[in-house]
Design a protein around this ligand. Structure first.
Ligand code: NDP
Length: 432
């Protein structure tokens, strides 16, 4: 912990898993497993590089690019790339650590990694974004490969950026290889990849509700974010008959008093594809309120789908007043420690991100399989596989998270992922 004292988010993520693992090791009297946890908290490799690119005025800019290859015990490194002005090693360390556990839960052969750059696409033209992606890939190409590391998208990196980077890799290597997932289906992307994280969140929430003898029909849902995860969570919730009353972005919340409609959602998805801000998308039946978060409204289910630590203690206290049934974490680590403590004290179920949002990487894993076999599967087939995987992740959480009548989903996900990783590690000789 001392060594990483300048990385609070990484420490937060490790402690959150560590508490459950420590309890498990003590109760099961297997002290040798501590060694596995030590190995799993140290990244295999941290790569940092300079990215030089030319802006529209013909001036050169430099940004910092990263790839944290966290652990490849279960398979080649896999995890997203994030472009935001605040992207730093601390954030990528926490995300790479979480990704290792998440990928373990999917049951697919994937190690964990995360990367990105401190680049702000919001203040750039389309050509600047393209030139940045090309320059970024020129550096990253040295470190990735279908048997080595297969990145995907994340905040600020969608299908379009993946397309720019994939094309640049082809130009460098003259090889058409599955080195990125999240590609458009016209050139090797999997059907349903774009939707997978959001759809997976909703499938997971259905299993949580089924345990309580309930379903999504007519449930009132608050969603944060208006990006990939938020919008496809909203889409599946609408298909299931739920009422979505909020979306949000970094500047405020959009409140839909009568519920978001299919037509609102279509307009928002289209507007976001044109890189419009939520507040600038016209003709939707919602009120955009600046500087507000979505946690003040009464709802049954809470889907934080924007970013880490977006629900702090105060937000959690606000939410608890309305006694929601569950918080379903679409974003990575969206609840602060104090928020999680409050939810636990007040019996609000929490579906942890490493289980809930694993659908995205799971379909990325299926994209790798399709690329390897030079096949492309039908959307219905991929969706069925996604549903099976989310069901099986829920079962693992249930198996390892039972506490009397309740399921502690966080504990279940942490222990299930840890057991698989430590078992695999035991065959490497590293635990001897
Ligand atoms: P996008 O870039 O598509 O969207 C992010 C959304 O979150 C935007 O609406 C953005 O608003 C909002 N946001 C970002 N920062 C803040 C903030 N500080 N406060 C409030 N809102 C904010 O990203 P994704 O939807 O892909 O990712 C969202 C989360 O889901 C992340 O935690 C990511 O790691 C996680 N995730 C994503 C997966 C995927 O497949 N895409 C897979 C698994 C997890 P604005 O436009 O104003 O910045």
């Amino acid at each position: 912990e001392q060594h990483y004292s300048n990385m609070p988010q990484f420490i937060q993520a490790v402690n959150e898993v560590g508490d459950d693992v420590a309890r498990y090791i003590q109760q099961s009297e297997q002290p040798h497993l501590w060694r596995a946890f030590t190995v799993l908290t140290e990244p295999d490799r941290i790569i940092q590089f300079r990215v030089d690119w030319e802006n529209d005025n013909g001036e050169f800019q430099s940004n910092r690019g990263y790839r944290v290859q966290f652990n490849n015990t279960l398979g080649p490194y896999k995890g997203g790339l994030r472009f935001t002005p605040n992207t730093k090693i601390d954030e990528l360390m926490f995300l790479g650590f979480e990704q290792t556990f998440k990928n373990s839960l999917t049951g697919l052969p994937m190690g964990g990694a995360k990367g990105g750059a401190d680049f702000d696409p919001k203040n750039c033209s389309e050509s600047e974004i393209r030139r940045f992606c090309q320059a970024f890939m020129t550096q990253l190409a040295h470190h990735i490969g279908p048997d080595k590391d297969i990145p995907a998208g994340d905040i600020g990196v969608g299908t379009r950026e993946i397309g720019y980077m994939f094309h640049q890799y082809k130009n460098i290597e003259n090889e058409f290889k599955g080195i990125l997932t999240g590609k458009h289906p016209t050139f090797g992307g999997s059907c349903i990849r774009e939707e997978a994280t959001g759809f997976g969140c909703v499938y997971f929430s259905e299993h949580m509700l089924a345990e309580l003898g309930q379903n999504l029909n007519n449930k009132v849902c608050c969603i944060s974010g208006a990006g990939n995860v938020a919008l496809y969570t909203a889409k599946k919730l609408l298909q299931r008959g739920a009422k979505v009353i909020t979306l949000s972005d970094s500047r405020g919340v959009c409140y839909f008093q009568d519920g978001l409609t299919d037509s609102d959602l279509e307009k928002i998805i289209e507007g976001r594809q044109q890189r419009k801000r939520l507040s600038d998308i016209d003709e939707v039946n919602g009120d955009y309120i600046k500087d507000e978060k979505p946690w003040q409204y009464s709802c049954d289910l809470v889907f934080p789908c924007a970013t880490q630590n977006e629900i702090d203690g105060e937000d959690a206290a606000e939410l608890i007043r309305h006694q929601p049934l569950a918080v379903v974490e679409g974003a990575n680590m969206p609840c602060s420690d104090s928020a999680l403590d409050l939810f636990e004290e007040n019996d609000v179920l929490v579906g942890p991100s490493k289980a809930v949002n694993a659908g995205g990487v799971a379909v990325s894993g299926l994209e790798i399989s399709q690329n390897r076999s030079r096949l492309s599967w039908e959307a219905t087939h991929v969706d069925e596989r996604l549903q099976q995987i989310m069901k099986q992740i829920h079962e693992q959480c249930k198996q390892h998270g039972k506490k009397g009548e309740r399921i502690d989903y966080r504990q279940g996900a942490n222990i299930a992922a840890f057991l698989k990783l430590s078992q695999a590690l035991s065959f490497t000789g590293l635990l001897a």
